[in-house]
Design a protein around this ligand. Structure first.
Ligand SMILES: Nc1ncnc2c1ncn2[C@@H]1O[C@H](COP(=O)(O)OP(=O)(O)O)[C@@H](O)[C@H]1O
Ligand SMILES: C[C@@](O)(CCOP(=O)(O)O)CC(=O)O
Ligand SMILES: [Mg+2]
Length: 331
C-alpha cells in the first residue's frame, strides 16, 4: 500500500531554546509543507529520495535496521545528516505497527527551507511517521504522531529537544508547549513575513551551545527564565489580539536570543530592515545561527524592504496553517 501525508513548518512567535529547559513557547504552523509518500516494499530495505536538499536532491538505498552500507548518489555527510531523521521516523512507524522488518520506498518533497528555523525536520518526521504507519495499515491520531515525532527529534538532536516543533507541525495552528503540557491555542491570523538568508544550521549543535552557556553563566540561566516570563506576557497579548504588544515582545525575545549567542549578523540585519520599514516586531525563528527571521508586518512594507536587503535571499508572507498533519491520498 502507498500513502502520502503532509505536515507544515512553523515560526516561533516566542520561546525557542528556552522551551528545551521547560519554559513555555508559542510556535505557529505556517503554510509551507513537507509531503512524504511511503510505499511498503517486499523486502526489508529502505530507499529514500528527496527533492529538496541542497544540491539537486538525492536517492539512497540500503538494507533495513541492521544498517547495510548505504548506496548513495550524493556525498555522504549530507545523507548522514538527512537520514538521521528519516531513519528514526521509519523506526517509529515500524514500532507503532509492530512490523520491525518492514521495508519502504520513501519520497520526500518539501517547500520548507532546510535547517533555517522553519521546522523542516519536524515536518518531514511528522509527515513521514503518518504516511509510513498508514502504509502498514495503522492509523495514529495526531497527538500520537506528535509524541513519536518528538522521540525522533530528541534522539537525533542528542537528547536535547522540546515537543514544540513536532506538536505544532502535527496539530497545526498556534500552540503552547511547556514541558509535556502541549495545547492548541485560539489565535488570530497574524501578518507574518519571513526573511531567509539562504544559509542552514544544525539545530542540535546550537542547542548544545546554549546548554553549555547556561551551565557556565548565571546570566544565561536568567535569560532562559526571562524568555519564559516574556512568553507568558505574550500569551496575554495573543489572547487580546494586541499586535503592537506582540511585536514589542518579539523584539525583546530577539534581544534575549542574541544574549544566548544564537543570532547572526545576517539575522540582525534582516530584523533591523523589517523594523526600520515599520514592522510591529521582528525576531529570529528557531535555533538561529543563520536562516530565517519572522516579522509582524501589517502593511507589507517590511516584505518590500526585506526583498531589497542585501543578505536576504528570499522573503515571503507566511499564512497560519490551520491544518496540521494531513492525509494527501485518497486510498
Ligand atoms: N526535504 C528533506 N528531505 C530529507 N531530510 C530533510 C528534508 N528537510 C529537512 N530534512 C532533515 O531535517 C534537517 C534539518 O533540521 P534542523 O537542523 O532541525 O533545521 P530546521 O528544522 O530548522 O529546518 C536536515 O539536515 C535533514 O536531516
Ligand atoms: C531551538 C529549538 O527550541 C527549536 C529549533 O527549531 P528549528 O529546528 O531550528 O526549526 C529546539 C527545540 O525546541 O527542540
Ligand atoms: Mg528542526
Amino acid at each position: 500500500m502507498s500513502s502520502t501525508s503532509s505536515a507544515p513548518g512553523k515560526v516561533y512567535l516566542f520561546g525557542e531554546h528556552a522551551v528545551v529547559y521547560g519554559e513555555p513557547a508559542v510556535p505557529c504552523a505556517i503554510e509551507r509543507r513537507a509531503t512524504v509518500t511511503v510505499s511498503e516494499r517486499g523486502d526489508d530495505r529502505l530507499r529514500v529520495s528527496s527533492s529538496d536538499l541542497s544540491l539537486d536532491g538525492f536517492t539512497v538505498e540500503y538494507a533495513g535496521s541492521d544498517g547495510g552500507k548505504p548506496d548513495v548518489d550524493v556525498p555522504t555527510p549530507l545523507i548522514e545528516a538527512a537520514m538521521g531523521y528519516v531513519d528514526a521516523a521509519v523506526e517509529q512507524a515500524r514500532d507503532a505497527a509492530g512490523r520491525p522488518d518492514a521495508g519502504f520506498d520513501v519520497e520526500i518533497e518539501s517547500d520548507i527551507p532546510l535547517g533555517a528555523g522553519l521546522g523542516s525536520s519536524a515536518a518531514v518526521v511528522v509527515a513521514g511517521i503518518d504516511a509510513a504507519t498508514r502504509a502498514l495499515g495503522v492509523e495514529l491520531d495526531a497527538r500520537e504522531v506528535a509524541e513519536r515525532a518528538y522521540a525522533v527529534e530528541h534522539e537525533v538532536q542528542e537528547g536535547q529537544a522540546s515537543r514544540a516543533d513536532t506538536f505544532c507541525s502535527a496539530m497545526g495552528g498556534a500552540v503552547r508547549v511547556e514541558g509535556g503540557d502541549c495545547r492548541t491555542l485560539d489565535a488570530p491570523a497574524l501578518p507574518f513575513v519571513v526573511g531567509y538568508d539562504g544559509t542552514s544550521h544544525d539545530t542540535g549543535a546550537l542547542v548544545s551551545g546554549v546548554r553549555g552557556l547556561r551551565e557556565e553563566y548565571d546570566f544565561a540561566a536568567d535569560t532562559v527564565e526571562a524568555i519564559g516570563d516574556l512568553v507568558r506576557r505574550g500569551e496575554e497579548a495573543l489572547a487580546d489580539g494586541d499586535v503592537e504588544e506582540l511585536g514589542r515582545l518579539m523584539d525583546f525575545n530577539h534581544g534575549l536570543l542574541s544574549a544566548l549567542g544564537v543570532s547572526a549578523r545576517s539575522l540582525d540585519t534582516m530584523v533591523w530592515a523589517a523594523r526600520d520599514a515599520g514592522a510591529q516586531g521582528a525576531k529570529l525563528t528557531g535555533a538561529g545561527g543563520g536562516g530565517c527571521i519572522v516579522a509582524l508586518d501589517e502593511d507589507g512594507d517590511a516584505l518590500t524592504a526585506l526583498g531589497l536587503t542585501p543578505g536576504c535571499e528570499r522573503s515571503f508572507r507566511a499564512a497560519l496553517a490551520t491544518d496540521g498533519v494531513r492525509r494527501e491520498d485518497a486510498s
